[in-house]
Ligand binder design. Structure first.
Ligand code: PEP
Ligand code: MN
Length: 339
């Protein structure tokens, strides 16, 4: 951002006004008057507020590559629920029982198995995660698997099992769409359509998912820059998604000790600089259940407004990602509750 001063301005006074708003400034001298460059690491101040400072002639802002993302502040999803009776606990977010994610909102827990293994399994785990404080049931019907021999999900049948289980326990559903072809079926049952890490750069899929008009949970590609992630979200918003929730799930590093590296710096940047709703997936970041609670706390401390956690009641027998699944009984402490 460049602030241009009027020829009759008192430059020292204008500079004081800018600094008082938390801006880092660098005075520049140009041919047609005094200019001040505002560093991008400054506090975020509405340019119109700066235009009103006495002595400021104009403020120019570089055009953003992702204006629709910049304009987004909150994402609301889930089905409106009937008003609760006096005997039921008070609702935690939104008057109608829908869920809103935005910077600073009460953390929302999304939990469930890595993959939906059977109607019975997802029903049982939905009941358990609901008891643990989750508001959203996660689970894969279509699973991206590194090995072609690994279980890749029950597909469309699992979508129905998951929706039924979620409805019985008052949960919203987040589940992944892996192909353009399956996107409409996924969007039909999901409240939040997940785009997985491996597919963040699949622009045809982004377009197909966006075209369904649902809000999307966009996982960060495992080697994606923050700018690429923001631009993938812009693709979704341009093509019709009703909102994008960012999900940091760890990026690749040289060290295989943990499955990935949870980039809490990116979480803080998205939340506090870009003002975006971001959730953290500590399960795929850690790859091991003992680290999941610590990474969950780190993510929330950095500015996440929600968690996406893998939970299974028989992790030893899980068809995928058993080593990183926590028991649903552990969920109650995940968003800051006491053990
Ligand atoms: C998942 O959350 O089910 C998943 C496959 O995660 P990711 O895309 O982050 O690997
Ligand atoms: Mn998984």
């Amino acid at each position: 951002m460049i602030v241009t001063l009027r020829s009759d301005a008192d430059p020292a006074r204008v500079r004081r006004e800018l600094v008082a708003r938390g801006l880092w400034i660098q005075p520049l001298t140009g041919g047609d008057g005094a200019h001040v460059a505002v560093s991008e690491h400054s506090a975020h101040v509405d340019p119109d507020e700066l235009r009103r400072i006495v002595g400021v002639a104009s403020v120019s802002v570089a055009p953003s590559a992702h204006p629709r993302v910049d304009a987004q502040r909150a994402v609301t999803f889930g089905r409106a629920q009937p008003p609760s009776s006096g005997s039921e606990p008070a609702r935690r977010s939104g008057d109608d029982g829908r869920i809103t994610l935005s910077v600073g909102s009460a953390p929302v827990l999304m939990a469930g198995p890595c993959c939906v293994e059977s109607a019975e399994q997802v029903e049982r785990i939905a009941a358990q995660v609901a008891r643990g404080g989750a508001r959203v049931l996660r689970g894969g019907a279509f699973k991206p698997r590194t090995s072609p021999y690994a279980f890749a999900g029950h597909g469309r049948a699992a979508l129905g099992w998951m929706r039924d289980a979620a409805d019985r326990h008052g949960l919203a559903v987040v589940t992944e769409a892996m192909s353009s072809e399956d996107a409409p079926a996924v969007a039909e049952v999901a409240d939040l359509v997940q785009v997985g890490s491996r597919n963040m750069h699949d622009y045809a899929l982004l377009r197909a998912v966006a075209g369904c008009g649902k809000p999307v949970l966009l996982k960060r590609g495992m080697a994606a820059t923050v700018e690429e992630w923001l631009l993938a979200a812009e693709h979704l918003l341009v093509h019709g998604a009703s909102g994008v929730v960012f999900c940091e799930r760890g990026i690749r590093s040289f060290d295989p000790t943990t499955r990935n590296v949870l980039d809490v710096g990116a979480v803080a940047l998205l939340a506090h600089v870009h003002g975006q709703p971001v959730v953290v997936d500590p399960s795929h970041a850690a790859g091991r259940r003992d680290l999941v609670p610590s990474l969950a706390r780190a993510g929330l401390a950095a500015g996440a407004c929600g968690l996406l956690v893998e939970a299974h009641d028989d992790a030893g027998a899980a068809l995928s990602d058993g080593p990183q699944a926590i028991h649903p009984d552990e969920l109650a402490t995940m968003c800051g509750g006491t053990p």
